[in-house]
Design a protein around this ligand. Structure first.
Ligand SMILES: NC(=O)c1ccc[n+]([C@@H]2O[C@H](COP(=O)([O-])OP(=O)(O)OC[C@H]3O[C@@H](n4cnc5c(N)ncnc54)[C@H](O)[C@@H]3O)[C@@H](O)[C@H]2O)c1
Length: 432
């Protein structure tokens, strides 16, 4: 069995290491974060992902996975480090560079280096290959380098790592084949072979496709608010066309994929990537659109009590990166008129710079509950709890997830259907 060194033990690297270890590979996981390494060597995991603690515990106990702060010799190196954007929305590939440099002293001829991090087009050719060449290896002959983008869905990572179709693009056809064969030993989905730049671009276009389509739905939500239309009904009816699949609007787009990857294309081809940039702008404007509605809803209250529910960028995960909910919370907190309580059942206190309370504390005496994430806990929200605890039971569901119906005792507004939105009045029937 090959030995694999997985560099970067986050949401992608750790499950990848665990899946290969479970298949019998010898895995050394590397991370610059000592806490990750120490905890992993005890069989513990510090990120939330379904099924991961159990698999990690098992493979660490079996001696198939161990962690270290530095790479070591191996047959295959898999790099899964972050690729965030800078303030100016250009790609930060420094982590990929430093991970590659950390691996280089341990390289031997015939080794395979796979970058799984999402990277701007031409990164393998223009950044990774030159680093390897500088170290005295011919990246087209001595070692095999390839990009294998990751396309898993958080919450289903362990399943999708194995079942999804994978794209592998090498610097040479031989590199492609060798890297693809590594995945074929654990992946039950198809492993498609291409060249590096096509693999890079395919990954970016997958997320860009989704970002652009969400922007279209968000634009529809804004148009609907202006024209007094229910966008959800429009979407439902339009989607009965056999070739139409409109997405749904929401409070913005978050995560380090959809909200980041399109910029990698814009950076490389700004004159052509016009729709991609505009879609980013539309999605980035949604938190302000949410705040506008909160201001309208609370215009008649002196010190509105607002419960903000959900911080993560999508439901049932613990990841707040680029989350529009965080921007909304920060902007609401910055308004001195609002008395704000914040709740997210998936977030630990140390993850965010503001105080979190239980759901009951958040809605107790509140005038408005704003749902910002589609966690299962919010999908199952009980009308009776809201009626019993809120001062004025008004819900603004920005994820269209709660299943709560508008009725006499409960007011429900949704992004996409803001028809009939009125300022909350304390003279309206109160439940206490
Ligand atoms: N999380 C996802 O759902 C997802 C999906 C598809 C693609 N990706 C891409 O995969 C890559 C990794 O994402 P992630 O979510 O796992 O990130 P993450 O932040 O969860 O984990 C990255 C880990 O790498 C470590 N690290 C940073 N620099 C290092 C170095 N030089 N050497 C060793 N370790 C280092 C960090 O300490 C961290 O533990 C990114 O490019 C991301 O865009 C992520």
């Amino acid at each position: 069995m090959q030995k694999i060194c997985v560099v970067g033990l986050g949401y992608i690297g750790l499950p990848t290491a665990a899946v290969f270890a479970r298949a019998g590979f010898d895995i050394v996981g590397v991370d610059v974060n000592k806490q990750v390494v120490e905890r992993l060597n005890k069989g513990e995991v510090i990120i939330e992902e379904v099924g991961l603690p159990e698999v990690v515990k098992e493979v660490v106990a079996a001696g198939k996975l161990r962690a270290s702060v530095a790479p070591e010799a191996a047959d295959v190196f898999i790099i899964a480090v972050p690729t965030p954007i800078h303030e100016d929305c250009t790609a930060n590939v420094e982590y990929v560079k430093s991970a590659t440099k950390a691996v280089i002293p341990h390289l031997k001829e015939g080794n395979i280096i796979i970058v799984e991090s999402t990277i701007p087009p031409r990164t393998m050719d223009d950044i990774v290959a030159p680093l390897i060449r500088e170290a005295g290896f011919d990246p087209e002959k001595d070692v095999h380098i390839a990009h294998c983008p990751e396309r898993v869905l958080p919450g289903r990572i362990l399943i999708e790592l194995v079942e999804n179709t994978r794209i592998v693009g090498g610097l040479t056809p031989e590199a492609t084949k060798k890297a693809a064969d590594v995945y074929r030993q654990v992946v039950t989905g198809e492993v498609l072979e291409t060249e590096a730049v096509t693999a890079e671009m395919s990954k970016l276009m997958e997320n860009t496709f989704r970002d652009v389509n969400i922007a279209l739905a968000n634009e529809l939500a804004k148009i609907s608010a202006r024209l007094g239309v229910d966008a959800h009904k429009v979407i439902e009816l339009a989607n009965r066309h056999p070739r139409v699949n409109l997405h749904h609007p929401g409070p913005g787009v978050g995560g380090h994929c959809l909200a980041v990857d399109p910029y990698f294309i814009v950076e490389k081809a700004p004159q052509e990537a016009l729709m991609i940039q505009l879609s980013r702008d539309i999605n980035n404007s949604m938190p302000d659109f949410v705040i506008e509605q909160i201001i309208k809803l609370t215009a008649e209250l002196k010190e509105p009590k607002i419960a903000l529910c959900g911080l993560t960028y999508k439901g049932n995960i613990d990841d707040v990166r680029e989350s529009p909910a965080i921007e909304i919370v920060q902007k609401v907190l910055a308004n001195p008129r609002f008395d704000v309580r914040i709740h997210d059942p998936h977030i630990r206190a140390e993850q965010v710079p503001f105080e979190l309370v239980s759901f009951e504390e958040a809605v107790q005496g509140a005038n408005l509950a704003v749902i910002l994430t589609d966690h299962n806990e919010f999908k199952a929200l009980n009308k009776q709890t809201l009626l019993a605890q809120m001062e004025t039971p008004v819900v603004f569901d920005t994820k269209n997830c709660t299943g709560l119906e508008q009725e006499e005792s409960l007011t429900v507004h949704r992004i996409g259907d803001l028809t009939g939105l009125q300022a909350i009045s304390i003279s309206k029937p109160i439940n206490k």
